[in-house]
Ligand binder design. Structure first.
Ligand code: NDP
Length: 323
């Protein structure tokens, strides 16, 4: 079968299309015919060797995908051949077939396409935990969403609106801000607007924003502190700038700020939190209240271009690769 292989870490063009044997499902595993792979910023960082966990090469990237169950390993129950599922594995999705543990499969609401299903798990679970589990956002409260037109950003806007929150969206272009408004953002501000800090504070009533989903990092992290309201919660989710941030703890004291880290991979081990999120999200997606935003779609052979476009901030919604 065709698969993307990475033999040495580096920029996206280290990815190669190769012919490899199709994987066989072991006990408790299923083999899935991959329909669509959702590409996350984390995939780009993994190929570069800059992710939170060490990337071992050679490997096939791709952690989030949707497809049709093609065969079952020994002892698998509760999953049917022919069923559409989404899956969140560590890697291996950028291929015609991928094998994952049956316990990690996510049922797909019938109203979602394969691409929408692949766009769903990482962004929506992360947005849910950022806004609710860790962020403790409540109806009527303001939230700041950075990189608002991206995969996580679009999910965050929709979920925040569904929770009755008010959204301030930051993004790098007018087109991206227009998408954020279409999805329900109340206030949109260019991320390089020279007056962005004051504008954000004013939009939230003058005192700053009570909840911030921080995904850019670097020198922008200080700005998030400046944009926060007294007792504000800043949920650190990403570091898209790939720059080091400086945090002076005394600054948190002055305005009683809370900074909380969020990593979906480790949060998924919390079964109670995961089940709660899954139930809430299934309801919202099933009723059409939130719709995963499918962005540009690429063929498997164009995977390197897809990764580079994500890195170059050219994309909106979830980048999809169809093997
Ligand atoms: P996106 O689709 O949001 O794409 C990344 C976006 O980041 C870009 O479109 C761009 O938006 C913005 N950005 C800001 N500064 C830079 C920069 N210097 N270089 C590149 N991009 C920049 O990707 P994802 O939804 O996959 O991820 C968004 C962020 O959330 C990432 O930091 C990612 O690592 C993180 N994340 C973390 C998770 C976790 O478990 N902790 C889970 C999911 C995502 P713009 O042009 O508008 O600035």
């Amino acid at each position: 079968m065709k698969a993307i292989r990475v033999e040495r870490l580096g920029p996206p063009d280290v990815m190669e299309l190769q012919d490899v044997p199709a994987p066989t499902p072991g006990p408790g595993e299923v083999r899935i015919e991959v329909e669509a792979v959702g590409i996350n910023f984390a995939d780009v960082l993994s190929v570069a060797g800059e992710y939170l966990t060490r990337t071992r090469v050679p490997y096939t990237p791709g952690m989030e995908f949707a497809g049709i169950v093609e065969s079952l390993g020994e002892g698998v129950t509760g999953v049917q051949v022919g069923q559409r599922v989404a899956a969140l594995g560590g890697s291996g999705a950028l291929a015609r077939y991928s094998v994952v543990n049956a316990a990690g499969l996510i049922p797909v609401p019938e109203n979602l396409s394969g691409a929408q299903a692949a766009a769903f798990p990482v962004s929506y679970f992360t947005a849910y935990h950022g806004l609710k589990t860790l962020g403790r956002g409540v109806e009527g409260e303001w939230v700041l969403v950075q990189a608002a037109a991206g995969a996580l950003g679009t999910a965050s806007i929709q979920l925040a609106r569904a929770m009755g929150m008010h959204v301030i969206a930051l993004a790098s272009t007018d087109e991206k801000l227009a998408l954020a408004r279409d999805l329900g953002a109340d206030v949109t501000i260019l991320q390089d607007d020279p007056d962005r800090v004051q504008k954000v504070r004013d939009a939230a009533g003058g005192k700053g924003v009570p909840l911030i989903l921080e995904v850019v990092g670097g020198k922008r992290f200080q700005e998030s502190l400046d944009m926060a309201a007294p007792q504000g919660r800043i949920i650190v989710i990403g570091n898209a700038s790939r720059e080091q941030a400086n945090l002076r703890p005394v600054e948190l004291m002055k305005r009683n700020l809370t900074v909380t880290g969020l990593w979906l991979t480790s949060l998924m081990n919390d079964r109670a939190a995961t089940m709660q999120a899954a139930q809430a999200l299934a309801g919202l997606v099933g009723s059409g209240k939130v719709t995963p935003q499918v962005g540009p779609t690429y063929a498997l052979a164009d995977s390197a271009r897809a990764f580079q476009d994500l890195l170059d901030r050219k994309t909106t919604g979830k980048v999809i690769i169809e093997p």
